[in-house]
Design a protein around this ligand. Structure first.
Ligand code: NDP
Length: 318
């Protein structure tokens, strides 16, 4: 279709810790990596506050700063970082074949190796009232949008580390945070739970779900339901934050790459190899278990090494 398609040795799709770590290793191995950042350059860590568990930052680091530093480190070795989104792929099943990737529905590139680091995206509950009010007070990113609700009452849904972290973040800005956890316990780590329970302006509600988000144009309140007693209660809020986990960004790979029932890419053994020769997966897109910045970075490194070894075993295509 496109005679002029650019030829790339190592194409990296996604710019989180996995993508940039793959880029650092690939660039240093002279694989001439090109990174397409996706819609959220820097990935999920750009929407977090303090990262206290990435080795090498004794005082912690804020997510956006860490991602800028990772990008700079990748660029220092010659990585070509471009804003753009992979919108379609046509992978070659032949070893040594070129993989065709469409960027932003327009440009086509041909890649000898592809490293997929597209991460995962926030999930929503799926309630009609929640969907209607997305952008009108319903958000999946407290760090991005919390500021708009300064001094106001808000609510957050979820019982994992994200919900706990965002609840304490919001509690610093807002007057009151009602936290809805659907079970009688939280999934978050004990340390995060402790932060939640010791923050006075977080009103923690176990066994509680959303019945309906109230408001026409903007969020005005919430009707909650206790899933044990069926008792309903309405509260006035202006912001609702959804923090119930993520979905892997793999839609464009359906039918070409093996994935599990949730859409996470499957890799071979301990490697980052997908079922297509020359295509590798790293980071949250292939990891539903650990999902940490440091594990994503680790698998990014592995993907670059796997790509390097793969290229060494094939004759360079013309
Ligand atoms: P998780 O999958 O860990 O937690 C999702 C939470 O949302 C669970 O409490 C779950 O409830 C709840 N939930 C899911 N669906 C619904 C629903 N329809 N209605 C109500 N509640 C729902 O996701 P997280 O985003 O919190 O964390 C992802 C990973 O990232 C984890 O491994 C976590 O440890 C890590 N992380 C680490 C951080 C750090 O170390 N600083 C910060 C943030 C995340 P249930 O338990 O009932 O299934």
């Amino acid at each position: 279709m496109n005679e002029q398609a650019e030829h790339i040795k190592t194409l990296i799709i996604g710019s989180g810790p996995a993508g940039y770590t793959a880029a650092i290793y690939a660039a240093r191995a002279d694989l001439k990596p090109v990174v397409y950042t996706g819609l959220e350059p820097g990935g999920q860590l750009t929407t977090t506050t303090e990262v206290d568990n990435f080795p090498g930052y004794p005082e912690g680091v804020d997510g956006p700063t860490m991602m800028v530093q990772l990008q700079q480190q990748a660029e220092r070795f010659g990585t070509d970082v471009r804003i753009g989104m992979a919108t379609a792929v046509e992978f070659s099943k032949e070893k040594g074949g070129l993989h065709r990737v469409t960027i932003d529905n327009q440009k086509e590139v041909l890649a000898e190796t592809v490293i997929i680091s597209t991460g995962a995206t926030a999930k929503y509950l799926g309630l009609p009232s929640e969907q209607r009010l997305r952008g009108g007070g319903v958000s999946a990113c407290a760090v991005c949008d919390g500021f708009f609700y300064k001094g106001q009452d808000v609510a957050i849904v979820g019982g994992g580390d994200t919900a706990a972290e965002e609840a304490t973040y919001l509690a610093n800005i807002c007057s009151k945070v009602t936290m809805l956890v659907r079970k009688d316990h939280m999934r978050a780590s004990k340390a995060m739970q402790h932060r939640v329970t010791s923050t006075p302006n977080i009103d923690l509600r176990y066994n509680t779900e959303i019945d309906e988000v109230l408001g026409e144009q903007v969020v005005e309140g919430l009707r909650m339901v206790n899933n044990q007693t069926g008792e309903k209660e309405e509260i006035a809020i202006t912001g609702l934050f959804i923090a119930i986990g993520h979905k892997p960004n793999t839609d464009i790979f359906k039918g070409q790459l093996d994935m599990d029932e949730a859409g996470y890419l499957l890799t071979e053994g301990k490697s980052t190899k997908t079922n297509i020769p020359g295509v590798f997966a790293s980071g949250d897109v292939q990891d539903k278990e650990y999902r940490q910045a440091v594990t994503a970075a680790g698998t990014g490194c592995m993907a670059a090494l796997d790509a390097e070894r793969y290229l060494a075993t094939i004759e360079t295509p013309v």
